[in-house]
Design a protein around this ligand. Structure first.
Ligand SMILES: [Zn+2]
Length: 185
């Protein structure tokens, strides 16, 4: 790949792609094997298969996991999903077990500090492509998207409709067999 400074005099630099296309609304072992392999041991019953967020937030999920693991090596992961348009990373400082000592307020607060910083940052990052984005709170299903992705996806996007079916059940969209253009799932 050419780096700046290597163009021939008079030639134009290659046009930047309008956006990273993005491919998925959920991170799973097929599209994010390494990440899911790292998250799984923290899941309840040591199972964890799907982070229900778009590919644009993968770096935020990775960072949140790394910071939590550094602070709480045995942290328990409950779920990762998009909620009210932002990234919700729900975890406990350590495995919760009935009747056992839990964690201190300080531990709770320090975990909350990490997950809330990640949540806040997700409000400025397009969930689909990772470009600068903003919360589209007029959508029936609120999402944080860049301008291009906001125009690209119907409301709600088909695959999110599938993932969050319980939220959207009863809506008439999409028509049966419908599929958003460009959504590779
Ligand atoms: Zn985007």
């Amino acid at each position: 790949m050419l780096r700046s400074g290597t163009y021939l005099l008079g030639s134009k630099p290659p046009a930047a792609p309008p956006w990273h296309p993005g491919r998925v609304w959920a991170l799973d072992p097929d599209n994010s094997r390494d990440l899911i392999d790292r998250l799984r041991p923290h899941g309840r019953n040591r199972t964890f298969e799907v982070a229900e967020v778009g590919e644009g937030w993968r770096p935020l999920v990775e960072e949140c996991h790394e910071r939590l693991e550094a602070a709480f090596p045995e942290y328990e992961l409950l779920y990762i999903k998009q909620k009210y348009g932002v990234l919700e990373y729900q975890a406990f400082p350590r495995r919760w077990a009935k009747g056992q000592g839990q964690w201190t307020t300080q531990e709770h607060d320090s975990l909350e500090t990490i997950t809330s910083q990640i949540r806040e940052r997700s409000g400025n990052i397009c969930e689909w492509c990772g470009a600068a984005g903003q919360l589209r709170d007029w959508r029936e299903l609120e999402l944080t998207l860049c301008d291009a992705c906001d125009q690209r996806f119907p409301d709600p996007p088909y695959t999110v409709y599938g993932l969050l079916g319980s939220l959207c059940r009863g809506a008439s969209w999409p028509p049966s067999g419908g599929r958003s253009p460009g959504v590779a799932r």
